[in-house]
Each structure stands twice: as C-alpha cells, then as structure tokens.
Design a protein around this ligand. Structure first.
Ligand SMILES: [Mn+2]
Length: 366
C-alpha cells in the first residue's frame, strides 16, 4: 500500500482555487477530525471569497456542539432528502470535497449525491486505501489527523488566513484524533502544527479541552461505571474487552455517543496491548478495536468487514447475537495481539494454555 496516493496537497489547493462553489462533506457520525477539518477548509474558502457549504449525513456529536455554535456552525447542514437548496448545492458545485474518509459507504446518505455530482471530486484524508472514484485523492497515512493536512493546505497558501475560527477547528481536529497528542501517529510535526495554530489563532488549549472532555453528564459517568465492570481480559491480559448492552445504556440513561472513549479505559490496563468494545445497537453490534505501539488491529477489523487505522479500527456486524460476535472476534485475537518475541519458559505470567497458543501462532505474525 503506498503511503500517499497520487494527488499532492498543492493539487487539492489548485483545484479549490479554481472553484467558485464548493460542497464539503465527511463520514457518518462525524468526529472531531471530520467536523474540525470541514470547518477549517470552509473558513479558508470563505476567506478566499468562495461559496461553501458543509453537508453531512449525520449531525455532530453533542460534545462538539460548542465548536459549531461558536466557530461557524452556520456553514454546516445536516443532509435532508429532497431539500432543494442541498440538491442545488451538489448539482452546481465546481468541487465536492470529502475529508477524513475515502469510502462511499462511510458517507451515509450523501454518498450518492457526492458520487453523482457533476463537479470535481476531491479527497483529503489519512485513512489507507481510498476508493478510486475521486478525481483527485490526496491521502497521507502518516498524518495523525486530516486536520494536519488541512493546516498544510492553508498554511502552504497563506498562513495569515489562519484566524481564531480556523485555529480552533483544526486544534480540535488534531487533538481529538491524536487522543490529546498521545497516540503513536503523533509526530514532531503534529506539535509544530499545533504550536503555529495556537500562535496564529491567538487561542489557548484549555478551554477547548474543557469544552470537549469536561462536560460529562451524570448519566455518562453512570455508563462509565457500568462499563468498567464489564472489562474482561484475555490471552494473559494482552487483550481487554468491554461490552455495552442496550440494557446498560438504557439503565445508565446515557446517550449512545457517550460510549465514545470508553475503550481507552480497557486499553489503559497495564499489560494490555489491545482493547475491544462491543456496543449493542438496535440493528447490530458495533465493535471498536484499539491498540498500543506496533500491535496492528486494522487487519483484525477487516476480518469482520471493517477497517481503519493500525491502532484504531472498527467493524459493524449485523444479524448475530452479541455473545456470538464477542466470541468470534476474541477467538481471532491471537494472530493480532500475540507478541512476536521469542517465547520462553521464563515468562512466568503466561499460563501453559497461552504458551501453547503462542507457540501455535509463532511464525504467522507479521
Ligand atoms: Mn481522522
């Protein structure tokens, strides 16, 4: 897999400069990187005198409401089937630009509108393996967030355009996608980008962190408490899993999107190299995969029709009960969570069963 697909950020930049009308979009259940990147590009294009609208399949999670309220929410719309202004926006856009996903099915209800749009279709993203229907796809898998790529897009053209709105949106994008600058993909350049955003935008990190992370409801803390009780470890503690049933969600009174981030508590267990969270939804089971260091989970998620990044992936399984999904996914764990280090009898923490398992998988690890 090439680290970058063919178009450069300059190519994306030139295509945007040549456009008068632009529609921006991103993935379903948009996260901080999706919304922040969209807002960053939207403010940039506004400053250049372009007509721009962001149209997303889903609305933003509640924890990002403040970002839209204070930094350009009027540019963002939720897609409504048959809404004339949106049909017109897609039909007349010179450019339709997708950020933070290269897969049509991740675009939800706007997928068809985007793919059928007569304008040029651009992609700016950091997820591997973009689909081939884009006219220009700039994908940099080494970037920790799409927000960093948006920064390059703007700073490479005119860094003076980075104002409070752009800086706040991109800071939020980068901060959330790097787990507050701690995931493996965080690079020195990530910090340089953020330093420049803080300076140029005249912003400070604390209120952004407070707005995003310190607004928990009692219900969400109750959910956390219930979730922690479900943590189970497997394979000598290398894997930790968590299960959120509909019943737990209902009893806690929390919203579904308040399950976000719970998996980090499982991954926070000493000795765990990977964590899973199984979320029961009315139509299927959402499984999130997270890992530390060089433990790769995207291949594991792909075995269940999902995908994502090396250390953060997801899959959605329909038509199977929760228990069997949990078993199936955990049964496939050894290939992905077992160390490729030589196994010796001195590994006192490892049981005989696990030693046998490890030996069975030795040599099959990538
Ligand atoms: Mn992202």
């Amino acid at each position: 897999m090439p680290a970058s697909s063919s178009a450069s950020i300059d190519d994306i930049h030139n295509a945007l400069l040549g456009a008068e009308r632009v529609v921006l979009t991103s993935h379903i259940r948009p996260d901080g990187d999706a919304i922040g990147s969209e807002l960053g590009v939207a403010h940039f294009l506004k400053a250049l005198g372009k007509e721009v609208v962001v149209i997303n399949s889903d609305s933003e999670p509640r924890r990002l409401g403040w970002l839209l309220d204070e930094h350009g929410g009027e540019l963002v719309e939720k897609y409504e089937e048959g809404k004339l202004s949106q049909i017109e926006a897609f039909a007349t856009a010179d450019v339709v630009m997708v950020v933070d996903t290269g897969a049509a099915h991740r675009l939800g209800k706007v997928a068809e509108r985007v793919q059928d749009a007569p304008g040029k279709k651009l992609l700016l993203d950091h997820h591997p393996d973009p689909e081939t229907w884009f006219d220009l796809a700039c994908v940099r898998t080494e970037a920790a967030s799409t927000g960093e790529l948006v920064y390059e897009l703007i700073a490479g053209h005119d860094p003076n355009l980075i104002d409070e709105n752009i800086a706040t949106a991109l800071y939020a994008a980068i901060m959330t996608d790097t787990g507050s600058f701690r995931y493996g993909a965080t690079r020195p350049s990530t910090h340089r980008v953020v330093a420049d955003l803080l300076e140029r935008g005249g912003i400070s990190p604390e209120p952004i962190h407070i707005n995003i992370f310190d607004q928990r409801t009692r219900e969400s803390l109750r959910l956390l408490s219930r979730a922690l009780e479900t943590i189970t470890t497997h394979y000598s503690g290398r894997l930790a899993s968590m299960v959120i049933t509909q019943e737990i969600l209902r009893e806690s009174g929390a919203y579904f999107d308040e399950t976000e981030g719970l998996i980090n508590y499982a991954l926070g267990l000493a000795g765990a190299v990977a964590a899973l969270i199984f979320l029961e939804t009315p139509h299927g089971i959402k499984v999130s995969f997270r890992s530390k260091g060089d433990c790769k989970v995207n291949g594991w998620a792909a075995q269940f029709g999902g995908g994502g990044h090396m250390n953060a992936s997801g899959a959605y399984l329909r038509g199977k009960p929760l228990n069997s999904v949990v078993k199936e996914v955990i049964d496939k764990a050894p290939l992905h969570v077992m160390s490729s280090d030589p196994i010796t009898a001195q590994d006192e923490d490892i049981s005989q069963d696990d030693l046998a398992l490890l030996s069975a998988f030795k040599g099959k690890l990538d």
